[in-house]
Design a protein around this ligand. Structure first.
Ligand SMILES: Nc1ncnc2c1ncn2[C@@H]1O[C@H](COP(=O)(O)OP(=O)(O)OP(=O)(O)O)[C@@H](O)[C@H]1O
Ligand SMILES: [Mg+2]
Length: 343
C-alpha cells in the first residue's frame, strides 16, 4: 500500500549532493554530477556515483556537467533531471502526494537565483521547498546552540563557496558568501605549476596535491612529491618535484580571501555577539576546511580560537536532517534580512 511521501532534506553542493529522508537519515551522498554523451548532449549516460565511475573509465566519450555551481543553478534542465534521479533513488515513486523539501543555499542568494533553485526542486517533484543557508544548517550539524541568545560564528568552506554567518536566536545576524573554496585552491595550484614550473596539470592532479601536500601555513618539515603533467617547454609528458613550500605559496591567495571575508563579517558583528564568538571560537565546516593548517592560519590571522568540526563535510546535511525531522522550525524567522554590501 502506498504511503505519504516523506519529507526530504538536501545539501546541494557544488561537488557533492547529500539527501536525508525523514525517519531514515542520510541515505545518499554522491557527486553532484551528470554525464552526457559527447556526440548527443540530449542523452544522459549516468548521474551521481555512476557518473563519477563512468567518467573515470571512458572520459573521451562523455561530457561531464555539474548543474549546480557555487550554489547557483548553472543548467536548469540538467539540475531538474539530477534532482529527480536523486529523489527517486531516495524515496522511490510509489507514494501519495509530493514531498516537502528543505535545501541548503549559500548566504545572500538573490531572489532570481532563489527562484531558479526553488523551481528546479519543484519541477523535480517537490510540493513545498524551504531554503536554508548553509552555515545555519552546518551550525546545527556541528551541535551549536543556534536558537539560544548567544553568538555563533560558522565558516562553511565547500568546493565552490565559503559561507560565513554569525547566528543567534535562530537567525543570521551578519553573513557573507564568497566564491572561494576547494575548487579555487585547485585552480591556484594548476596556475602555480603552469607559471612557476612550466607544467600543465589537470584539476584532479591539483586536488590530490591539495589533499596530500598543501598547507595554509609554512610547514616545519619540508616534503616534496613528484607531479606528472605536460611540460610547456616541449609539450611532452613531464614531471617536476613539487615542495610543500611551493604548495603553500600557491594557496596564499585563496586562503587570504577567506580571511578577508571572515574579517568583513567580524567587523559588522554586534560587540556582545563578538564577545560570545571570542569565547566559543569560530567553527569551520565543509570538506575544504580540511586543508592542512587552515584552522591555525585563520586563528592566527583574526586572533580568535578556531575549531574544525568533526567530519566537516557532513555538518550541513546533518543540520538539514535535524530541520527535516523538526520541520516546524523552518519558519519565516529564518529569513534573510537586508545586509551591507561586501566589497
Ligand atoms: N582532506 C582534504 N583537504 C583539503 N580539501 C579537501 C579534503 N577533502 C576534501 N576536500 C575538498 O573539499 C571540497 C568539497 O567539499 P564539500 O563537499 O563540502 O563541497 P560542496 O558542499 O560540494 O560545495 P559547496 O558547499 O561549496 O557548494 C572539494 O574541493 C575537495 O577537494
Ligand atoms: Mg557544501
Amino acid at each position: 500500500m502506498p504511503f505519504w511521501a516523506p519529507d526530504i532534506g538536501i545539501d546541494l553542493g557544488t561537488e557533492n549532493v547529500s539527501i536525508y529522508v525523514r525517519g531514515r537519515g542520510v541515505i545518499i551522498s554522491e557527486p553532484a554530477l551528470v554525464v552526457l554523451d559527447r556526440e548527443d548532449r540530449h542523452t544522459v549516460q549516468a548521474v551521481g556515483d555512476e557518473a563519477g565511475f563512468l567518467l573515470g573509465r571512458s572520459p573521451e566519450r562523455l561530457t561531464p556537467v555539474y548543474p549546480i555551481r557555487n550554489g547557483l543553478v548553472a543548467d536548469f534542465d540538467i539540475a531538474e533531471l539530477m534532482l529527480k534521479y536523486f529523489f527517486r533513488k531516495a524515496i522511490g515513486i510509489s507514494y501519495l502526494g509530493k514531498p516537502r523539501v528543505i535545501a541548503s543555499v549559500p548566504c545572500n542568494l538573490d531572489d532570481v537565483n532563489r527562484k531558479a533553485l526553488t523551481e528546479a526542486i519543484r519541477y523535480a517533484g517537490a510540493k513545498h521547498v524551504f531554503l536554508i543557508e548553509k552555515p545555519f544548517a552546518s551550525a546545527i550539524g556541528t551541535g551549536l546552540p543556534v536558537y539560544d541568545p548567544v553568538g555563533n560564528l560558522v565558516v562553511d568552506i565547500g568546493a565552490g563557496t565559503t559561507d560565513i554567518a554569525v547566528i543567534s536566536l535562530g537567525g543570521l545576524v551578519v553573513s557573507q558568501s564568497v566564491q572561494v573554496g576547494g575548487n579555487k585552491f585547485d585552480d591556484a595550484l594548476v596556475d602555480y605549476l603552469r607559471k612557476e614550473c612550466n607544467l600543465l596539470v589537470g584539476n584532479r592532479t591539483a586536488e590530490n596535491i591539495k589533499k596530500d601536500l598543501a598547507s595554509a601555513l609554512p610547514v616545519e618539515e619540508e616534503r616534496s612529491i613528484v607531479v606528472r603533467g605536460i611540460s610547456q617547454l616541449n609539450t611532452a609528458a613531464g614531471t617536476v618535484s613539487f615542495t610543500s613550500s611551493q604548495a603553500y605559496e600557491a594557496l596564499k591567495g585563496p586562503c587570504n580571501a577567506i580571511v578577508k571575508a571572515i574579517r568583513w563579517v567580524l567587523e559588522r558583528t554586534p560587540p556582545e555577539l563578538a564577545a560570545d564568538i571570542m569565547r566559543g571560537g569560530i567553527h569551520l565546516t565543509g570538506d575544504a576546511a580540511r586543508l592542512f593548517a587552515l584552522d591555525r592560519f585563520i586563528s592566527e590571522s583574526v586572533g580568535m580560537p578556531v575549531l574544525l568540526a568533526k567530519d566537516p563535510g557532513d555538518c550541513c546535511i546533518l543540520g538539514i536532517g535535524y530541520l527535516t525531522e523538526n520541520i516546524q522550525l523552518v519558519s519565516p524567522q529564518n529569513k534573510r534580512s537586508e545586509k551591507p554590501v561586501y566589497k
